[in-house]
Ligand binder design. Sequence first.
Ligand code: ZN
Length: 132
Amino acid sequence: MVKNINIKTRSRNEFVDITAELQALIDEAGIESGMCCIYVPHTTAGVTINEGADPSVVKDIQVALSKLVPHSANYLHTEGNSDAHIKSTLAGSSQTVIIDGGKLLLGTWQSVFFCEFDGPRHRRATVKIVSD
Ligand code: ZN
């Protein structure tokens, strides 16, 4: 089964916690044990897993990424969003999480974040849930 999570981002750089939406899809599918693959079909966005308890962690990640990859530099791509393409590659386009006991097998402090690098936009994360 393939499902989409629709995401409306509000700023150029934004991390959206989609953990609850993913868990709702697993609940809806009634799967107790399996795998959940989250795929982001965009070239200027990504998906990552990191701390969801303290929002300053996400802020620190965003600040560090923006220092590493500035908005303006001598990029060849003329669309003005090369930084977003590079950040997308750094974050990656997919994550896979084990499902155990009907729950995403995340660590206590972990959340799954959709990573916007060229918002605001209408986006989606595609989710494939496989039962074993
Ligand atoms: Zn571009």
